[in-house]
Design a protein around this ligand. Structure first.
Ligand SMILES: NC(=O)c1ccc[n+]([C@@H]2O[C@H](COP(=O)([O-])OP(=O)(O)OC[C@H]3O[C@@H](n4cnc5c(N)ncnc54)[C@H](O)[C@@H]3O)[C@@H](O)[C@H]2O)c1
Length: 415
C-alpha cells in the first residue's frame, strides 16, 4: 500500500502517551517520517524510540517536499501558528482539538486551507470509536424511535490550582489559558459526538463563564502557595442547543464542581444511555418497552394469551400485561471496531481520504462548527440573547459495522 508521509509537530504528553505509537504501529496507511518540538530533547526522544522518525526543526519539516501532512499536536495556543505555516507551505493538516482558541482564528485557518487547496482535519477523533459509531447505528435504525432530546454533562474539579495539576510550576498548563479550558478541552468530545449523531446546530443559548477568575495556588508544596492568579478561560457553562434536525440538547460543562458525567438521548420510544466520548470503548444501554421481555413458558398444548384476553382475565393476567408494557433496560452489543485507545484513527481516515479522493470524516467544517458553538454560548452568556449559528457542517459519513472488531478494522476506512 502507498503510505502517506506525515510530520508531527509537538512531542509532548499525548504524543508520547498514545499518538506516536498508534501512528507508527497501528495504521498501515500512516508513515511518520519526521517530528519536531520547540523543546528539542522531546523530538530527539521520539527519534531514538521510533526508527524511521527523524527529529528536525519545524522549518525543516515545512520545507521537506516529501511530507504531505503535518500532524499538529502542540497545545492550543500554538495550533494557529503551526497550522497556518503548514498551509502556507502547501501541506495538509491534522490538528488536535480545538482547531484554534477563538472562532475568528478557526475561521481564518479554515478559509486559508481552502484557498491553498489543502486538506484540513481536526480532532477529537474519538467519535470514530466503537461505542460512538454503534450508538449512531442504533439511533439511525430507530432503537428509541425518533430522537427528541440529548443531554450532555461533564463536571470535575479540573481546576488549575488543584494539587493534582500545579506541581510542575514551569510546565505550560494549557487549561489555564483561553482555548484550553474545560469547555474546549473536554467539551470538544461531547460536541463532536453530538454532531456525529445529529448534524449541525442551528441556535445556542447559555449561562455561565468564568465564575471565579481570581484563584489561589492551593497546593502547599507549590512555590507560589497562597498567591493569587487569574484564570483566563470559561470554566462553567450551561447551554441549550437546537439542532437543525429539530433535536434539542443541553450541554453542561464545569471544572468548578465535583465529578459527574451523563450523556443520553431520549426518543419517542425509549432512552439511549451513551458512553464517555473521551473514550473509544464504553457501554451503551437502551431503556424501552420490549427491550428485554420476560420469557413466558407455555405448557404443552397451551396457547399464548392475547392482550384482550389478558385484560379481560383475572388479576394475575393483568400483572403479566403490566410486565409486558414496562420499559426494560439492556446493554447493547458494540457493532464497530476501534474499541481500544486509538487516537490517530482520524489521521488514518484522512490519509485514506487523500488516497481515495473522498471527504475526510474529521473535516474542519466540524471543528469550526464546534468552536462556534462554544463561542456562541459565551456570546449568549454575555448578551442574554439566543445566538444564531453562522456555520454548518456535514454530518460525517458513518463507518460500517465490522464483524471482526479486533482485526482488520483499518479496512473500513478504505472507502
Ligand atoms: N493530554 C491529553 O490527555 C490529551 C488528550 C487528547 C488530546 N489532547 C490534545 O493534544 C494537544 C497537545 O496536548 P498535550 O497534553 O500533549 O500538550 P503538551 O503541552 O504536553 O505538549 C505540547 C507540545 O507541543 C510543543 N509545542 C508547543 N508549541 C510549539 C511550537 N510552536 N513549535 C514546536 N513545538 C511546540 C510543546 O513544547 C510541547 O512539547 C492539545 O491540543 C490537547 O487538547 C491532549
Amino acid at each position: 500500500m502507498e503510505k502517506v508521509k506525515v510530520g508531527v509537530v509537538g512531542c509532548g504528553g499525548i504524543c508520547k502517551a498514545t499518538y506516536m505509537n498508534n501512528m507508527v504501529n497501528k495504521f498501515e496507511i500512516i508513515d511518520v517520517v519526521a517530528c519536531a518540538d520547540q523543546i528539542e530533547k522531546r523530538a530527539k526522544w521520539m527519534e531514538e524510540h521510533y526508527p524511521g522518525v527523524k527529529a528536525m526543526s519545524v522549518e525543516e519539516m515545512m520545507n521537506d517536499p516529501e511530507i504531505q501532512v503535518i500532524v499538529n499536536l502542540t497545545y492550543p495556543e500554538s495550533h494557529v501558528a503551526i497550522s497556518k505555516m503548514a498551509f502556507e507551505h502547501g501541506k495538509s493538516v491534522y490538528c488536535e482539538k480545538m482547531m484554534a482558541p477563538t472562532f475568528e482564528d478557526a475561521k481564518m485557518l479554515h478559509d486559508l486551507a481552502i484557498e491553498k487547496g489543502c486538506m484540513y482535519t481536526t480532532a477529537p477523533d474519538t467519535f470514530l470509536g466503537a461505542w460512538e459509531q454503534s450508538a449512531r447505528w442504533y439511533l439511525d435504525n430507530g432503537i428509541i424511535g425518533k430522537p427528541v432530546t440529548v443531554h450532555a454533562q461533564v463536571t470535575s474539579h479540573y481546576n488549575p490550582e488543584s494539587p493534582f495539576f500545579d506541581t510542575l510550576p514551569k510546565h505550560f498548563f494549557f487549561p489555564l489559558h483561553y482555548g484550553g479550558g474545560f469547555p474546549f478541552d473536554l467539551g470538544g468530545y461531547y460536541l463532536h459526538e453530538m454532531i456525529n449523531l445529529f448534524g449541525s446546530v442551528k441556535r445556542v443559548t447559555g449561562f455561565g463563564g468564568n465564575l471565579f477568575p481570581e484563584r489561589k495556588y492551593e497546593n502547599p508544596k507549590h512555590p507560589k502557595y497562597g498567591e493569587k492568579f487569574i484564570v483566563d478561560t470559561p470554566t462553567t457553562l450551561i447551554a441549550a442547543l437546537e439542532f437543525e434536525n429539530g433535536v434539542l440538547g443541553t450541554f453542561h460543562i464545569s471544572s468548578d464542581t465535583s465529578m459527574s458525567q451523563a450523556f443520553e438521548v431520549t426518543g419517542s420510544d425509549g432512552v439511549l444511555k451513551l458512553g464517555d466520548p473521551n473514550m473509544f470503548n464504553d457501554s451503551l444501554y437502551v431503556t424501552r418497552i420490549g427491550a428485554n421481555p420476560p420469557i413466558v413458558r407455555l405448557a404443552p398444548g397451551e396457547q399464548p394469551k392475547d392482550v384482550m384476553a389478558m385484560m379481560a382475565g383475572d388479576d394475575d393476567d393483568v400483572q403479566q400485561l403490566v410486565e409486558f408494557s414496562l420499559p426494560q433496560t439492556v446493554q447493547l452489543p458494540l457493532l464497530h471496531g476501534f474499541s481500544d485507545s486509538l487516537r490517530g484513527v482520524g489521521l488514518a481516515d484522512m490519509c485514506y481520504a487523500i488516497k481515495n479522493g473522498r471527504r475526510p470524516r474529521l473535516h474542519s467544517d466540524i471543528g469550526l462548527h464546534a468552536i462556534e458553538i462554544i463561542h456562541g454560548i459565551q456570546e449568549s452568556c454575555k448578551t442574554g440573547k439566543i445566538y444564531e449559528m453562522t456555520t454548518k457542517c456535514e454530518r460525517p459519513a458513518a463507518l460500517r459495522p465490522s464483524a471482526v472488531s479486533a482485526t482488520c478494522q483499518e479496512a473500513v476506512l478504505d472507502d
